[in-house]
Write a protein that binds this ligand. Sequence first.
Ligand code: 26Q
Length: 831
Amino acid sequence: MLDSLQKERIARLLDEVGAANQRSFLEGFARHLEFSVGRYKHDAGSSDLYQALAYSLRDTLIERWNQTQERYRRARTKRVYYLSMEFLIGTLTNAILINLDMRSLARDAFRALGLDLDAILAYEPDAGLGNGGLGRLAACFLDSLATLGLPGVGMGLRYEYGMFHQQLIGGAQRETPDNWLARGNPWEIARNLRYTVQFGGSTEREPGPDPYVAARWTPAETVISTASDILVPGRGTDTVNHLRLWQARSSSEFNLDYFNHGDYLRAVEDLVHSEHITRVLYPGDESLEGRELRLKQEYFLVSSAVQDALRTLYEEGGHIRELPERVIFQMNDTHPAVAVAELMRLMLDVYGLPWSEAWELTVRSLAYTNHTVLPEALESWDVELFGRVLPRHLEIIYLINHRFLGELREHGFSEADVARLSIVQEGTPKRVRMAHLAVAGSAHVNGVAALHTEILKNELFRDFYRIWPHKFSNKTNGVTHRRWLLSANESLAELITKRIGPGWIRDFERIRELEAAAEDAQFLADWDAVRRKNKAALAQIIRFETGVAVDPDSLFDAQVKRIHEYKRQHLNLLRIIADYLELKADPARSYAPRTFLFAGKAAPGYRRAKLIIRLIHAVADAINADVDVAGRMRVVFLPDFRVSLAERIYPAADLSEQISTAGMEASGTGNMKFMMNGAITVGALDGANVEIASEVGAENIYIFGHTVEDLARLRASGYDPGRLARKDESIRSALDALRTNRFNSAEPGLFDEIVESLTSGGDPYFLLADLPLYRETQARITRDFADREAWLRRSVLNCARSAYFTADRTVRQYARDVWGLSPTAGASTVL
Ligand code: 26Q
């Protein structure tokens, strides 16, 4: 036992160490404020303070990055290159403070200067280099790769304009450009790497009977690719990896022709033109248009990433024949699937390997993750366009396909089978199916939730699964609990640590130890207090952003995600309308107060999704202005959903709406973020909801609605939504309210299109089939929420049982089953 004098001495010693750390932290900060940002005391604004903070943390990262990369080089370790058109990284500073375990130090040091860390952090703009789930998943994986000490490199594009900002004008979405680099980006480090990426032109080959040989490609356009890195530290380790973002630069040397002919302006125009390739992120998700510039972006990423990986391989004394032992490219959906043809081209035309060897090496170096089964989201390219942009790649794809179809016929597949499996879809126009190319060209194919992978094996890729069952596996998504719990919900994290210690931060399995606390009344009260505080903070944001006052004691019922018909925001709306009409008809009816919260962007070209946003606002306006339901119903739409806003919403939600049509949401990851923060899910049996239900237990989640099998039967037997609309009283009155312009008297007929899609349009997303069950379930939720203690207990259990949904688990599974990386690869030191 220590006596009190000893304790005091130790405390003083620790204080001094703390003070010393603070001092050296502040010295670095002050130096950067003066010499990197160029400000001095009085002319420094908050944005400058943020930049100086970022620069000073960056020093630590750079040092560790150099050591990490040196360690990888010496070990000549196998690397995984995560190829993704999107990395939705959001803001970085807080996450980096967390991973360096410096958040309290920074907070205290700034406080000593009279500055508020959170206010400074608020000046960092989101890096919105992604649309939604797929891009955020890539960002979470980078965090886990570094934390696990794995040699993983993110490869993406440095879009000058990220995801558009969403404004709401009279309830309608308006897009404005996201000029995220306007004030400079202290987190990126320019590298002196330069590759050339080429497009167009023609190909020629020695005349001869065998087409499976090298060819010469004479491209028409050359673009320069340059790189900036964003460093990615792990938590509790000295490993620092990087996300390498490629940017298109013009190559005047290659366009000398115009200069020589005196056409200066034409030459300059051309320079500008090549730089358009990385100008802007395409904002479509799950619905595509086959634009030429998008294909150029995809190849630009792939070509840059492959050149860079091969440079590293050769610098370490490797050879192309060792590629599968030293490199694995993970393709985030089919967007980088042209990598199949690019590796083949390099091996055939540049390295001179024979076809069969090149094919074997290519397939063994590639893996493909599928994120969607929606037909409209499956990427395919018109062969004419593809051949114009990438003529040699198209040739190679035809050759791959020819061999593949030959093998199918040998194995006795019928011509109908062959047509279904073909990489090139016959018809006019012919199209290259990128998913078929990716499956044929990869050693591993995975889905992102158990149910989704079953659908891939039994439906979308059924024939491929028959040929290559060994290629397929499931890797249920996960999210980084460090950002989505530790960083986003600091108070809850503290409460958890107070109860079970800090072990859960590095080993999220240990969050299970929180289960026991669900039986502790004092703990529940503390849990409640933290959640109440988070709700009050969100209420302030809502007030500031929308002008609507919401009651922090009401049930916060949140649906935040991209707006899409399959995600069924309008199912949520129909039940809100039905509740509202019932309350109006019978104002004495008891109704537990609820705040219905929506947020999410619609793809700019997706008319129906934009109309759904208008409908949310129309319903919100009517309900929020109606004294009959005041204090009981409030509907709000928070504009410009993005990572940093999401971080404020998940910790404040009581109820997590995950109500997509069964079989359509590949996984969902917002569902996991809500769960970790103690929200309870109401959901259809879709995507990862199925696994959430089995982890948390049926009593602690609200599952409703038709299953995938039910819907298959309903489709087969002739689903008639019109009949439901006539038969079910609450469906009928909700639809009637829309038809009779109750929410849109100023623009009669505005929402007719939605009503029609649900009735005569056949209701392809089965809203009406699920609405009665959904309403019953919501009524049960209302009753259950009234029992505070029981609700809180289940809230704690949702958090305690979310261990499976950390991205650390997902990345470990990829490392072991797909990438062939052992967790000790690179042998990082644990701090
Ligand atoms: C493709 C070509 C041209 C333009 C845009 C696109 C494009 C861009 C983004 C197509 C799809 C996306 C994004 C898809 C996406 O986010 N899918 C989601 O992935 C999550 C992570 O696996 C899952 O949790 C979600 O269920 C899935 O919808």
